[in-house]
Design a binder for this molecule. Structure first.
Ligand code: AMP
Length: 437
């Protein structure tokens, strides 16, 4: 299952499992494959386990922040895997620290374990109700509590979470692609916003946390983050991306010979665009699958070098042609500038850049890695200026309204990184407004 979720995080991977009445932990930096030999050859008899792949959005990388986190506390052995960001974490952390709490990591997830340990409530259900009450923001959680499994989805429903059953065993995962990895006959459902599912030897039961003022599914899961063979928020990711591409084409009158995706992030939107525009689709750029991620490298020079290592135009395809280049999103503009340059070097006559996300104008705060406002190119330039900056003939974005028109339940989503309407305030400041729960 973790292999199937590798795209959600490549910095560290870890598992915690029960063995002989205790929790065992194995966390490593790097990809799942680095740990796979040890994990797959393990012979421990275990009744339960949880795992995590991490990319850092809050708290930085490093083995200290690798998950699952595992502690011995007043409530026994508790291990936690967290997807999302707690948006009032700085305030809560400052309040806990003032009261003497000691933090081992800089990740916001550790907060949750402190809140559980400090709770005076009794029984897992009451403790979770009490401990999770002060949290704001995004938290899809898998917890191993003794040998009980607890799966939690925050009341806003920011991040996806699913549960499946096969041969009497329960499986929980962020995306359905991980559940499909278990075989075709698996019965599964979405864990609902605010739902807490407990699984122990008596079976499965669930209860609900108090509702949030609104729902806030992350639309960027559909645009970019989730794997296309997954369903998240009841939508096929594959089909949604094609629809976003179609929507882009509907408002476009550009004359071109070819539609070319930036692989792999632009593949499906480009397919939808090409079909709707009636322009042939070609893989005019080859991706080297052995090159690492460019987006998270710290300096611009490193990111540019990484893009050059990864993406290679095919001169026979793009030479002399007018190309519509489709990617999902423009963040800093680094990738597009290089790719447009490479396409022109390879002989493309015109390059028209199309993005299947609206203009990114704000950071996320709920678990997607988006740099500071000042680094976002759409905060500094309009599409005409961006076109000149990246060397494209024209640039166009999907609008938020068009994006919404392609979703089954548009009012259930968060669009904060595009429209600035943040469902929970992002309080990463001094934390003065927090009271200790
Ligand atoms: P940039 O080169 O900074 O404009 O980044 C745009 C590229 O990064 C696009 O190809 C996106 O698919 C990809 N991208 C967008 N958001 C993220 C993210 N949060 N993490 C990693 N890659 C991303």
């Amino acid at each position: 299952m973790l292999f199937a979720l590798q795209h959600r995080g490549q910095e560290s991977a870890g598992i915690v499992w029960t063995e002989g009445g205790a929790h065992k932990v194995d966390r490593r930096l790097g990809m799942v494959s680095g740990a796979a030999d040890a994990w797959l050859s393990g012979t421990a008899a275990s009744t339960g386990g949880i795992g995590h792949v991490r990319y850092s959005t809050a708290g930085g990388g490093g083995i200290r922040n690798a998950q699952p986190l595992a502690v011995e506390c007043s409530k026994g052995s508790v291990a936690l895997a967290h997807n999302g960001n707690i948006s009032n974490s700085a305030a809560l952390r400052a309040a806990l620290t003032r009261e003497g709490a000691i933090f081992q990591s800089s990740s916001d997830s550790e907060l949750i374990l402190h809140l559980i340990s400090r709770s005076r409530a009794r029984g897992i259900e009451a403790i979770l109700r009490d401990a999770l009450a002060p949290l704001e923001g995004a938290y899809s959680l898998c917890m191993l509590w003794g040998d009980t499994l607890a799966a939690v989805r925050d009341p806003w429903g920011f991040r996806p979470l699913h549960i499946a059953e096969k041969d009497g065993v329960r499986y929980v995962a962020s995306e359905t692609c991980a559940l499909h990895a278990l075989g075709p006959s698996i019965s599964q459902r979405e864990i609902l916003p605010g739902e807490v599912v407990l699984v122990d030897e008596d079976g499965e039961r669930s209860f609900f946390l108090p509702p949030a003022p609104r729902r806030a599914r992350c639309v960027f899961e559909l645009i970019y983050f989730a794997r296309p063979d997954s369903r998240v928020f009841g939508e096929s990711v594959h089909a949604a991306r094609e629809r976003f591409g179609e929507a882009l084409a509907e408002r476009d009158d550009v004359e071109a010979d070819l539609v070319v995706p930036v692989p792999d992030s632009g593949n499906l939107a480009a397919l939808g665009y090409a079909r709707r525009a009636g322009i042939p689709f070609e893989f005019g750029i080859t991706r080297n699958h052995y090159a690492g991620r460019s987006f998270i490298l710290p300096t611009r020079a490193e990111r540019e070098f990484a893009v050059r290592m990864k993406l290679h135009p095919v001169p026979e395809i793009v030479g002399g042609r007018r190309v519509v280049l489709v990617d999902d999103s423009l963040v800093r503009g680094t990738t597009s500038r290089l790719i447009v340059g490479l396409l022109k070097e390879a002989g493309a006559r015109e390059v028209h850049l199309r993005l299947s996300a609206p203009e990114l104008t704000g950071p996320c705060g709920y678990g997607i890695d988006i740099p500071d406002r000042s680094e976002l190119i759409s905060n500094r330039m309009n599409p005409g200026q961006i076109a000149r900056h990246v060397g494209a003939d024209t640039v166009r974005f999907l609008t938020t309204d068009l994006l919404k028109s392609r979703l089954a339940e548009p009012s259930e989503y968060c669009y904060a990184c595009f429209d600035g309407d943040y469902p929970c305030p992002i309080r990463n400041g001094e934390g003065k407004d927090a009271t200790c729960p």
